[in-house]
Design a protein around this ligand. Structure first.
Ligand code: NAP
Ligand code: GFB
Length: 323
């Protein structure tokens, strides 16, 4: 039987992975939309290594969370996944099992974890929806990360079936924004392009876009994702996950995305493509119909505006940005 659910007044919301791209955006939203009965705690790996069950248990003992937003993970773009699939699997399996098991043992009332639209079957019909997670193997470029993330859905169903836990998950599409990982090798495409344009402007060199630019992506601004994430924590009651993404109609090619980044920097230099680099998954078009059934009027930030805000932050914070 699970531990007695401690009777607590108010909510203590512990955010694992709170120092990263998504965590920092959630911190901003929690401050903009404060509730008197909510206390927020944002963790980084410096507070404790969640690969260790003991360190995980110590964090839950210290903060006594009633709710958990579980973001902590080994995260990276296409090229980091291509070279470290086993590490992505082992690290994330450990972190997820420690956080979910400890949440159960300590009587946490609700956990919202994080999957990704890149974990869906590679050979599938489109648009992808929440019912299709386990319908076939993921794209080979990130099978380690994908299977680790899919296990969260299985764990959530197991903790609910066996113990009645309210553990659920969101499925964001590709995220970008302030506080991203701008590392050229390990980061995602948008921060990678921003870092490369910054350097091209500074050094008068060409911008090199990897791959053909043909793959298609839906990009969600971290601030929009954070607003949706906080809504899920407060209002969403299903165990089944929910996709948090812009619509199919907002899908862009990598080339179009690069053009928006170039415009945001007012970069006038040469642009070249290095087609020796992998394109990765061609598309992973996801439906946000389930989200729209809950929030038909939610307004996403237009991508050009979101990119401009992110570029302005990056230029102003170049010295402290993760790169
Ligand atoms: P991120 O910027 O790389 O942040 C990762 C966070 O996890 C950081 O706070 C990091 O702490 C923490 N962390 C990593 N390893 C840890 C460990 N062993 N123990 C404790 N904390 C650890 O990642 P993100 O982009 O915000 O991603 C957040 C969540 O969204 C992840 O679950 C990711 O899978 C999911 N997601 C991301 C995207 C995307 O495009 N970025 C898309 C879909 C889903 P430090 O800062 O101390 O390293
Ligand atoms: O964001 P990204 O690295 O990952 O995007 P995925 C990769 C696409 O952008 C490929 C092109 O088509 C690349 O060829 N690209 C062009 C670049 N220039 C660059 C660049 O400078 N850096 C990078 N990184 N790409 C990831 C999954 O797939 O999606 C992860 O592997 C994660 O597991 C993430 O879930 C959300 O979108 O291809």
């Amino acid at each position: 039987m699970s531990a007695e659910k401690k009777s607590r007044t108010g909510k203590v919301i512990m955010v694992t992975g709170g120092s990263g791209l998504v965590g920092k955006a959630i911190e901003r939203v929690s401050k903009e939309d404060q509730r008197p009965d909510e206390t927020w705690v944002f963790l980084s790996s410096k507070d404790g290594d969640l690969r260790s069950k003991e360190e995980t248990a110590a964090l839950f003992e210290k903060y006594q969370p009633t709710h958990v937003i579980h973001l902590a993970a080994m995260v990276g773009g296409l090229f980091a996944n291509l070279s470290h699939n086993l590490d992505f699997w082992r690290t994330n399996i450990k972190i997820n099992d420690n956080v979910l098991q400890t949440a159960y043992e300590t009587g946490v009332k609700k956990v919202v974890s994080c999957l990704s639209t890149c974990i869906f079957p590679d050979k599938t019909t489109y648009p992808i929806d929440e019912t299709m997670i386990h319908n076939g193997p993921p794209h080979d470029s990130n099978f380690g990360y994908s299977y680790a993330k899919r296990s969260i859905d299985i764990q959530n169903r197991g903790y609910h079936a066996q113990y009645g836990c309210q553990f659920t998950a969101v499925i964001p599409t590709n995220v970008f924004g302030q506080w991203d990982n701008f590392n050229l090798q390990d980061g995602h495409v948008i921060p990678g392009l921003m870092h490369k344009v910054y350097q091209a402007k500074r050094d008068g060199t060409p911008l090199t876009i990897w791959g053909t630019g043909k793959p298609l992506r839906q990009f969600i601004y971290s601030y929009d994702l954070a607003r949706l994430f906080v809504w899920v924590l407060r209002e969403y009651e299903e165990i089944a996950p929910i996709i948090l993404s812009v619509g199919e109609e907002d899908e862009v090619s990598i080339k179009e995305c690069a053009e928006h980044v170039v415009e945001a920097f007012d970069f006038k230099g040469e642009v070249v493509y290095d087609t020796t680099k992998s394109d990765g998954q061609y598309k992973k078009t996801a439906s946000n119909a389930k989200l729209r059934s809950y929030l038909p009027d939610f307004k996403f930030t237009p991508i050009k505006q979101a990119l401009k805000e992110t570029v302005a932050w990056f230029e102003a914070n170049y010295d402290i940005a993760r790169k």
